[in-house]
Design a protein around this ligand. Structure first.
Ligand code: NAD
Ligand code: ZN
Length: 359
């Protein structure tokens, strides 16, 4: 069991990492809450529940589990409707202000459960037990929320968990595609913050995630969140590859490419853009592409993108204005910076990129 501490302005909390932590849940909770016994409410999804819910309950017997709410697996559950139903169930279970919500699942469960706990009686505690690789990113940093028909993650709150309990053995049941999705964010943390991590994961395989790799990847995110909890500055660096990723996800229809696959596509373009501004950056875009392809990523989404639709989608992103597009590039290895480009200039770079890499 390893612990990494996140220190935000209002709160410090541990990220506890290890194998078979669910079996040791009592000990883990003792670490978080001392001898205090808690009233717990578990939120999970229909894929994770049959795999791990009984195990969790079995190993937290000294606490009182007063309710469980199982959402349908998938992004569709980050909705008002599910929020409403889960909130009703929490009220019926009579959670009080000292109760704790447990998010057992991937980013969808974590975002919804976090938002529920941030608003139940103006905010109660929650603990994240991530079960996907991607959730090593989403469970750290305190961003919680749901989607609106007009856009993703538009409703939410900053609400830090009391702890993140990351049991790597829970990842073994993940389908390959979910590994690949989560690995995209590990690569991102390498590009923006840790060269050793980057070299290690570029020369590995997507399912070969060790505690040490995860700790390094989480540490990059934690450090940025500690510096800028409310996204007023450096937290934007975490959007490396994401301007393009969000547009590719939206244009191709959500679920067609996974988030991490879209992020890897986006990062390749951002690396190209980085080279236009900083030719001495010690990265060759073509080499990076080959490395990423070797890990199993496809760049078909970039190759087949409709540039005009991509630009239109980027302009609707809440981070961009009517005519300018923000993106994150690297001025040197692990030195990200934000640039703001006129949409026509951005479009020209997209055509140049397509021409140079895919003709
Ligand atoms: N809050 C943040 O800072 C932040 C950051 C990044 C992403 N996100 C959000 O995270 C969400 C994506 O997260 P995700 O990729 O984990 O998606 P997810 O929660 O939908 O999980 C992906 C799929 O894997 C299944 N699954 C989960 N754990 C499993 C396991 N151990 N074995 C087998 N199957 C399992 C799920 O049921 C689901 O079908 C998005 O909604 C995104 O907006 C939030
Ligand atoms: Zn992401």
């Amino acid at each position: 069991m390893e612990t990494l501490t996140v220190n935000t302005t209002h709160q410090s909390y541990p990220i506890i990492l290890g194998e078979q932590l669910l079996q040791e849940a009592e000990t883990v909770f003792e670490r978080i809450y001392g001898s205090k016994k808690k009233r717990l409410f578990v939120i999970t999804d229909t894929t994770v529940a049959p795999l791990y819910l009984d195990q969790l309950k079995e190993n937290l017997k000294s606490h009182q589990i007063v309710g469980t709410f199982v959402i349908p697996a998938g992004e569709g559950s980050k909705s008002f409707e599910m929020y409403n139903q889960a909130m009703t169930s929490m009220l019926e279970a009579k959670l009080d202000r000292a109760s704790v919500v447990i998010a057992l699942g991937g980013g969808v469960v974590g975002d919804l459960a976090g938002f529920l706990s941030s608003t139940y009686m103006r905010g109660i505690s929650f603990v994240q037990i991530p079960t996907t690789l991607l959730a090593h990113d989403s469970s750290v940093g305190g961003k919680t929320g749901i989607n609106h028909p007009l856009g993703k993650n538009l409703i939410g709150a900053f609400h830090q968990p009391d702890a993140v309990v990351y049991d790597l053995s829970l990842l073994r049941s993940l389908p390959e595609r979910e590994w690949r999705s989560g690995y995209g964010e590990v690569l991102k943390h390498g590009y923006i913050g840790d060269q050793d991590l980057l070299s290690c994961v570029q020369n590995s395989t997507i399912t070969n995630i060790t505690t040490s790799v995860l700790r390094k990847s989480i540490a990059v995110k934690a450090k940025i969140v500690e510096e800028d909890e409310r996204e007023k500055g450096v937290r934007a660096y975490l959007n490396f590859g994401h301007t393009m990723a969000h547009a590719l996800e939206q244009v191709s229809g959500y679920g067609v490419v996974t988030h991490g696959e879209a992020v890897v596509n986006g990062m390749l373009f951002s690396l190209f853009l980085s080279k236009q501004f900083h030719p001495s950056l010690p990265i060759q875009v073509e080499d990076e592409r080959k490395r990423l392809e070797k890990l199993g990523y496809s760049f078909a989404p970039l190759e087949t993108m409709d540039v005009e639709k991509i630009i239109t989608s980027m302009l609707t992103d809440k981070k961009n204005s009517d005519s300018k597009i923000a993106d994150v590039i690297l001025e040197d290895s692990q030195k990200p910076r934000v640039i703001l480009l006129d949409k026509n200039k951005f479009e020209a770079y997209l055509y140049q990129f397509k021409g140079e890499l895919f003709s």
